[in-house]
Ligand binder design. Structure first.
Ligand SMILES: [Zn+2]
Length: 272
């Protein structure tokens, strides 16, 4: 390759890399911020025994917040794990039902599976370490309403909307869009949400299991698909703005707080 050819090739590779890194693919769960915030809320609520067990399983200096995004990072290398991040329940359904579990697994089944592996002392350290990372992520994912309810649109990924004048889709709005409208660093999100968790609420949330939590997400997903003002179902190209943000940010915030409280509760129960 001559000099000019090489420069062109380098430019081409650079452009391709840039395109790949900025490309908007299907969204995969709470964004990085949401996962980390829920992970930190959980970490702050661990009992000393659970904290020691978690610290022992994770790498040196690695926190629960750090590993909360791991399952999204390995998704390409672990294609079998793709369907584990969500479950498709039509929003017209009154409740979650086992009939919606595909044979390749779903988020409800995997929360149960990985909890069992983590709690099983006969499993290898590597298996339990991985189970902890998957469990943390999937407890968080299943609190994202459109990871449970959908309307034949891959959990809102195929429902294109305008959010504050920017092209987006409903899934992305719930993953990160609602939070991104608030200009607040991670640490302040953790503080703000932690303040809302009273001992009464924590006790109320620390019960049930993934099936109950899926029912809650389904109920919120029904609201997510409606214009909060007219109550009409959202159509492709819907223009969502402050009204939608005001109606739904409190719900999204509560889901993150619940995910944190419940992850801590599950871990505290596993490591008494
Ligand atoms: Zn995910």
């Amino acid at each position: 390759m001559d000099g000019i050819g090489r420069v062109k090739a380098v430019r081409l590779i650079f452009a391709a890399t840039l395109a790949a890194s900025t490309m908007i693919g299907p969204a995969w769960g709470w964004g990085r911020l949401g996962h980390r915030v829920a992970g930190k809320i959980a970490e702050d609520r661990l009992t000393p025994a659970a904290r020691a067990a978690v610290r022992d399983l994770l790498g040196p200096g690695e926190s629960l917040a750090d590993v909360s995004t791991w399952a999204d990072e390995v998704r390409r290398d672990r294609p079998e794990s793709g369907p584990w991040h969500y479950v498709n329940v039509p929003i017209s359904e009154p409740k979650y039902d086992r009939k919606f579990e595909p044979k390749e697994g779903c988020v409800v089944v995997k929360v149960e599976d990985f909890r069992k592996i983590l709690a099983d002392p006969r499993k290898s350290r590597a298996e339990r370490q991985e189970a902890l990372k998957f469990l943390a992520h999937f407890v968080q994912d299943m609190h994202q309403p459109v990871h449970v309810g959908h309307r034949d649109d891959r959990g809102g990924n195929d429902l294109q909307v305008q959010f504050f004048g920017q092209g987006s889709n409903l899934h992305r709005v719930w993953d990160s869009g609602l939070f991104d409208q608030v200009n607040r660093p991670e640490k302040e999100w953790v503080e703000a949400l932690s303040k809302t968790i009273t001992p009464e609420l924590a006790a109320e949330w620390s019960r049930g299991g993934p099936v109950d939590w899926a029912d809650e997400s389904l109920a919120i997903a029904r609201k997510a698909y409606r214009n909060p003002f007219t109550q009409n179902e959202l159509k492709k190209g819907a223009r969502l703005g402050q009204e939608y943000e005001d109606a739904n940010l409190p719900l999204a915030e509560r889901r993150l707080a619940q995910a944190g409280v419940r992850l801590a509760w599950v871990l505290n129960t596993i490591f008494p």
